[in-house]
Design a protein. Sequence first.
Lengths: 115, 113
Amino acid sequence: SQQGEEDPQALSIQEGENATMNCSYKTSINNLQWYRQNSGRGLVHLILIRSNEREKHSGRLRVTLDTSKKSSSLLITASRAADTASYFCATDAMSSGGGADGLTFGKGTHLIIQP
Amino acid sequence: DVKVTQSSRYLVKRTGEKVFLECVQDMDHENMFWYRQDPGLGLRLIYFSYDVKMKEKGDIPEGYSVSREKKERFSLILESASTNQTSMYLCASSPDSFNQPQHFGDGTRLSIL
């Protein structure tokens, strides 16, 4: 079943502005990952944040994780036209038996950066 | 860099055909995955494999099977293709299923007529 849900489904901003996408999930997780997908291509891993971390940075990307609210956000600062893509969160959920069940992806946020 | 290669970018087959989608990775990863991606539904896991000859069902295994005879190759098989299997199929690999990023191929857009 679908674990992560991104919000908004679509986002259009001007180049240079910041873009924020949110992800909510339902069950306990080991980690949460964000991926980017350019049109017609496969997914590219952006960043992984573990359940005991609250914030992580990578270049212009900032990810936060709030396990009490079961939510995460991805912030892209100083956006560029090349950031136009779909962004997915993926959770590594714990099964009821204590082992992991593999990644479960949300439906994605389609980000458009207007030049 | 890790390279995951899917044998075809586009494929058109007919209802009832047996269809093979091939995926090869060059980084000696233990784990490989097959997903399908549909508009409005996101990515859904079909099957995954932890090791040669090992396989586990994902969320939507019905109508599919897989084969992993060699570590670098993971095949998805549609036993008798149906129109509802028209989709984008994505293969991925990782050195560890649950704590490492997955590396994706560029996908195979499969149309079943």
